[in-house]
Every structure is written in C-alpha cells, then in structure tokens.
Design a binder for this molecule. Sequence first.
Ligand SMILES: Cc1cc2nc3c(=O)[nH]c(=O)nc-3n(C[C@H](O)[C@H](O)[C@H](O)COP(=O)(O)OP(=O)(O)OC[C@H]3O[C@@H](n4cnc5c(N)ncnc54)[C@H](O)[C@@H]3O)c2cc1C
Length: 415
Amino acid sequence: MAQTTNDAFDIVIAGAGYVGLATAVSIKAARTNLSVLVVDAAPEGIWQRDTRASAIAAAATRMLDQLGCWAEIAPGAQAMTEMVVTDSRTSDPVRPVFLTFDGEVGPGEAFAHMVANKDLNGALRRKADELGVEIREGLGVTGFEQLSAATRVTFADGSSVEAKLLVAADGVKSRLRDMAGIKTVHWDYGQSGIVCTVHHERPHNGRAEEHFLPAGPFATLPLAPDADGNNRSSIVWTERTRDADRLVASDIIVFEHELEQRFGLQLGEIRVEGKPRAWPLGLTLARDFVKPRFALVGDAAHGIHPIAGQGLNLGFKDAAALAETIVDADRLGQDIGTLDILERYERWRRFDTVQMGVTTDVLNRLFSNDVAPVRAVRDIGLGLVERMPRLKEFFIRQASGLSPTSPRLLRGEAI
Ligand SMILES: Cc1cc2nc3c(=O)[nH]c(=O)nc-3n(C[C@H](O)[C@H](O)[C@H](O)COP(=O)(O)OP(=O)(O)OC[C@H]3O[C@@H](n4cnc5c(N)ncnc54)[C@H](O)[C@@H]3O)c2cc1C
C-alpha cells in the first residue's frame, strides 16, 4: 500500500505510549517500505509532563540500544546494582532481609535501570520521526470496520484511513479492544499504587528495596541525581485504595510523615518532590490478542500488578514479537494483516503474559496480608531462594527478561 495519498497506510497504531511507539520504531527500523501511522487521543505534548520513572529490564535496554534510542536515554538512567527484599510490618524497628540480588547479567550490564518516562517517550518519538513514522496527536480512534483486504479506521475528527493492520496500544482500558469484541479476564485488587519521587540526604548507591508490608509492597527505586545533584528515589507504594486516596489528598507534611514510617531514615532526611498520585491496580488479561487485521499490544493486552515492575517490560516484548512477526511475513511477500500471520504473534506472547499475570497475582495475594502462618511460609520460601545461588540466578535472569525464546530485539539483535 503506498503512502502517497496519506489516507492509506500499511499499519496504523492507536496509542503513542511507550509500547505503541516501540512497535512503530521496531517495524520501521527493519522495513522502511512499510508505511506506519501512530495516533494518540491525548493532547499534543502532554507526555512531556509525565514526571514518573519506570524500571526497565536488561532485555528492554538491549532492545532500545539496538533501535538506536538508548544512547539518548542512558545519561539520565540509573543502573540498579542491588535489590533487597524484606517482609515486615510498618512498625517493625528492624526489617529482616530475606532476599538480595546483586551483580550484572553480563559484563558492565545491570539487570535493570530506572529511566524517566519522558526520556523514554522522547527518545522513541525522535527515532520514530527520523525513520519516517507519521505521528498525529490529539486524534483518537473512534471506530474501525473490516473491508475485503484492509481495515477502515475512523478518527475523532471524522477523518479516516485504510490500513492492512490496526494495532491497539491504547492502554489498559483499551476502547479498541472493546470495539473489536475481545473479552477480558479482569479483577480489581482494591489496592492503588501511590507513585512519587523523594529527595534524600545520602546516596542510594544503585540499591532498590522492596518491603512487603501488610497492605501491599512498598518499593524504593534508585533514580539518577537531578540537575542540582539531589539524591533521588522513585516510590511505588501499594495501599488499600481508600487509604491511598486519603494519603494523596492529605497535607504534604502528613504524607511525608507516613512515607517516613515506611522509607526509614537510613538515607537521611527525605522530601517529596511534586504531587504524589495514586493509580488503582487490577489484573486484566485479554482473552484474544488478535483478530483479522487487528492486534493488541502492551497494557491493552495485559494490565498487571506493579509488584515486580514488569508491565512495561511485557509491553516491549509484545512490540518486539509483533514487529518480528510482521517483518518476517513482509519479507516473504505475505499479507501482514491476515489471521494466520497474527496468530504466530499471539502464540508467542500468550504463555509468557499469562505466566507473568498469574505470578504477580499470586505474589500480591501471598504478601499483601498479615496472617501469621502465611507469613511463616513465605519467609521460609524467600529464605530458601536466598540460600540457593542457582535459583537466585534463575530469578535474576527472569527479572532481566533475557531468555533464548525472546524476540531478536530483546536479545540485542536486529530483526
Ligand atoms: C503505579 C504503577 C507503577 C508502574 N511501574 C512500572 C515499572 O516500574 N516498570 C514497568 O515495566 N512497568 C510499570 N508499570 C506499568 C507500565 O506503566 C505500563 O505497563 C505501561 O505504561 C503500558 O504502556 P502502554 O504503551 O501499553 O499504555 P499507556 O502508557 O497507557 O499508553 C496508552 C496510550 O494510548 C492513548 N489512547 C487511549 N485511547 C486511545 C484511542 N482511542 N485512540 C488513540 N490513542 C488512544 C493514550 O492517550 C496513551 O497515550 C507501572 C504501572 C503502575 C500503575
């Protein structure tokens, strides 16, 4: 399909979040002949106001490097050199350490990095532009219909384009998934994740901590110092939703006091930067990932608990797997939108996604409570892992996202 008329594209991607953009860049970097349009419903430039950060695994870093984006992100990224897990109550004066991870997955390669969301989005956008991906902001997809050899995609301003393939990367509440008639398995955890950035007196030295408290996990994730040299960490703090809403609405002095109870004073005095926000948490798994001329990627396919910081990493794997499937098919001269091609992508991603969804669900249920026998069993479990180096190594490799069945981009190879 030619790009000359501007109303016909090979691929239309709904959603210019990290996953939509990573999908566009991955495809276009390998097949410049394919025309790609990315649209996003959000107002132009709003992504620049995201002050959050995300943990990205080593495999995602390799992918970003292969796509030519990592060099731009790296100066503001913080390598995670150590991860400590404790199981305790907020009131416990000393938190026994049950599990520690440290080291690298390869020489000089950390198992994860913390990156600023806007750096990630900005680098992917610039690369997409450079490769000739067309991005239209403030333009939501409002409908689509199947034609004989294409899909007609309609936008909020009434305009429409034809595409061989429509990719829905429109987040966990995906409207496109609903429009395609794809059902989900979904439940709410009754928990929300409070996210904020804190400044602290002493350096974190790349150490991340996750404390399993009765209301849910409390994670402190190391950030690179800001322009003024302040030591900073990102907090992902799970609470029951009503408590989380109360906390983020409270006076900052009250919030900082509550935060201090959990963060501790080992890094000295703390100060919250900006306004904390809370996100309701749930598990959402799409029953199908594809339909003819339609594919789901990222949170539109799966929304999981942030307990293991893996949501975005799963999305990068989707982007890499879908891109590899499409590029391979296009190289063979096949129609990239047909169901048998798209089902290859679904088979590739489905098991991993369900496995991660179930793992995060079980971890959350196991740890977000204070029942004494459950505490005893999980502490024995954590203690066992700590004493078995090969098992620990397995967990580190799982967390890093590196596996022989990963898509080529995640292994750092071009498609
Ligand atoms: C508290 C919390 C902490 C987290 N921490 C981590 C972490 O440390 N590491 C990690 O890997 N993951 C983390 N995650 C998960 C991660 O944030 C998500 O997995 C990730 O943002 C999903 O990206 P996405 O591109 O699929 O969707 P989104 O980022 O939700 O993007 C969807 C885009 O689609 C657009 N859109 C919506 N509707 C339409 C439409 N009709 N037409 C066109 N565009 C549309 C939206 O404007 C948006 O830009 C966390 C999640 C939470 C809640």
